[in-house]
Design a protein. Structure first.
Length: 321
């Protein structure tokens, strides 16, 4: 079976780790492809930074810093301090020295004419990841946050201001000219199961779906599309997705996010949706709206619980066949 995951960031990384563990435990020959959000990408000191991709890369390689939740384990930050001293990098966006090695390699390959997809393949070849990562698009679609005082890059809004500056909306630069990457196109069209990771629905999943042609691929896919809620009992599991949801007028709830995605039979994208047991009251209303919903434990605290969430998502997908 070919499993395709769509998402980005730490929530997606934890989910894919659980999915990989589930596949390992079953001893199956299932494959995992991940279509990764690229709209969080930006530049620091002339280097191209790809936070969502690198969170997945480092987590799957087993070299991520689990305490901080980002970057490499065992980091030093001497170079980042020097860049800040020279005034070429903001002091609120710290990059570790090992992490900078990734960004330097990425930027060198891009400047040599390689595509983002090529760079994903080269970076992914270093470690046995147990999954194949694909950029959602090879185009640059950096997210800009619309505020009363103008637009700022998403990373400044997120990392510097901690989402405290009121956002009026989110826009991806030049997204009208973007197209799904070849790897993303193939991963979706050839998938037996498509899973939406418990990622930020507005700035991680949203930009992927906004790429021209991406929704059409999902609507025409023969694979069931099942999402996993990143909202549990009215609260975000990690990060500041509630600020993003509020900015676009969506309630912070598992039910509201599913309704935002919509049922595939009504031109939305979801066939199925997993909510936590604490949100079981949403199962009936979402089923009435055309989204088959199950309430299961969704906290991914360790390998066992993460693998169980992945198993539950696959079992819900199997109910459509």
């Amino acid at each position: 079976m070919r499993i395709t995951v769509i998402g980005g960031g730490v929530g997606c990384a934890r989910f894919v780790l659980g999915l990989r563990e589930h596949v390992r435990r079953t001893g199956s020959d299932d494959t995992i492809d991940v279509v990764v959000n690229t709209a969080d990408d930006w530049r620091v000191s002339g280097l191209r930074i790809s936070p969502d991709h690198d969170s997945l890369l480092y987590a799957l390689a087993g070299v991520n810093d689990t305490d901080r939740g980002w970057g490499r384990t065992g980091e030093t930050e001497r170079v980042s301090a020097e860049l800040a001293a020279w005034g070429t990098a903001p002091d609120w966006f710290t990059l570790g020295d090992l992490d900078l090695g990734t960004h330097i390699a990425r930027t060198a390959w891009l400047r040599a004419g390689e595509s983002v997809s090529d760079v994903y393949r080269r970076l992914g070849a270093r470690w046995p990841l147990g999954a194949t990562l694909h950029p959602a698009t090879d185009a640059e679609i950096d997210t800009q946050v619309v505020t009363r005082d103008g637009q700022i890059h998403f990373q400044e809004w997120w990392a510097r201001h901690r989402a405290q500056v009121p956002a009026l909306g989110f826009e991806q630069q030049n997204i009208d000219q973007a197209r799904p990457s070849g790897g993303a196109h193939e991963a979706i069209t050839r998938a037996d199961v498509i899973l939406l990771a418990p990622s930020n629905p507005i700035v991680s999943i949203g930009p992927v779906l906004a790429i021209p042609g991406m929704r059409d691929l999902l609507l025409s896919s023969r694979a069931p599309v099942v999402g996993v809620s990143g909202i549990i009992d009215g609260s975000v599991v990690r990060g500041m997705a509630d600020a993003c949801l509020a900015a676009v007028g969506i309630e912070t709830s598992a039910r509201a996010v599913a309704q935002h995605y919509g049922a595939r039979r009504a031109s939305g994208i979801l066939d199925g949706w997993l909510v936590d047991e604490t949100d079981a009251e949403s199962v009936g209303p979402l089923a009435d709206a055309g989204i088959r919903t199950r309430a299961v434990p969704l906290w991914m605290r360790d390998a066992d619980s993460s693998a169980q969430v992945a198993r539950d998502a696959l079992e819900l997908a199997a109910s459509f066949t």
